[in-house]
Ligand binder design. Structure first.
Ligand code: GRF
Length: 228
């Protein structure tokens, strides 16, 4: 069983998808052992409680500096014996010390086709540049912000009357399919994170992530479809 801790700060729609499509699926050897928020009012905490998960708050505002906050976060994660930390809308920048402590064990979902648009406001920036495609990336967390190896991406076509809000909604829907799928691969031992660079089924990932083909409910990595 892959023991996953999910870090959140807000709404928790990705957490909800991870609960429904990963944790609640008995066929997947993964369990969410805790949900930790740095904000006490995060709506995602309620999602966690309703699902019967352990929901904890480590409020960054109660600490004198980043290091003190992260020390408690790290101790909590160690005590839970987590194999994987899944950031899902976790809005704190983590120090290199923390990231290195959990190197190869921490992933994040970012709402752009990395390496495009690290940081905030990704949808507005994509529209301002006139992109006809946007999307989301699941990546390993490294000390540099939103810069770790991309494990997988899902693409969304930009429509003629697109707004940042409408794009955000469709990208989030793609995240809700992609993130559980990627963590399922990790749980099944197909996606190897500890190796550098990461591999899928023993093969190196394509430079910009695996890419996906939708087949009804299931996302297939392009590497798989190429074999057919
Ligand atoms: C997602 O769009 C994710 O890409 C970004 O933050 C958002 C979190 O949304 N990192 P939610 O809290 O999972 O609904």
């Amino acid at each position: 069983m892959l023991r996953i801790a999910v870090l959140i700060s807000g709404r928790g729609s990705n957490l909800d998808a991870l609960v429904r499509r990963l944790h609640a699926d008995p066929a997947v050897p993964a369990e969410i052992v805790a949900v930790i928020s740095n904000r006490p009012g995060a709506a995602g905490l309620e999602i966690a409680r309703e699902a019967g998960l352990t929901a904890a708050v480590v409020d960054h505002q109660h600490f004198d500096g980043r290091e003190a906050f992260e020390a408690v976060l790290a101790t909590t994660l160690d005590a839970l014996e987590v194999d994987l930390i899944a950031c899902a809308g976790f809005m704190r920048i983590l120090t290199p010390t923390f990231v290195e402590r959990f190197a190869g064990r921490m992933v994040n979902v970012h709402p752009s086709l990395l390496p495009d648009f690290p940081g905030l406001d990704t949808h507005r920036r994509a529209l301002e540049r006139g992109d006809d495609q946007a999307g989301t990336s699941i990546h390993l967390v490294i000390p540099a912000l939103d810069a770790g190896p991309v494990l997988a991406q899902a693409r969304v076509a930009v429509t003629a009357d697109e707004t940042p809000e409408s794009l955000a909604e469709r990208v989030r829907a793609a995240e809700h399919r992609l993130y559980p799928e990627v963590l399922r691969w990790v749980a099944e031992g197909r996606l190897e994170l500890a190796a550098a660079p990461p591999t899928l089924d023993g093969r190196p990932l394509p430079e910009r992530g695996a890419g996906f083909r939708f087949d009804g409910e299931t996302l297939h990595p392009c590497a798989e479809s190429a074999d057919r």
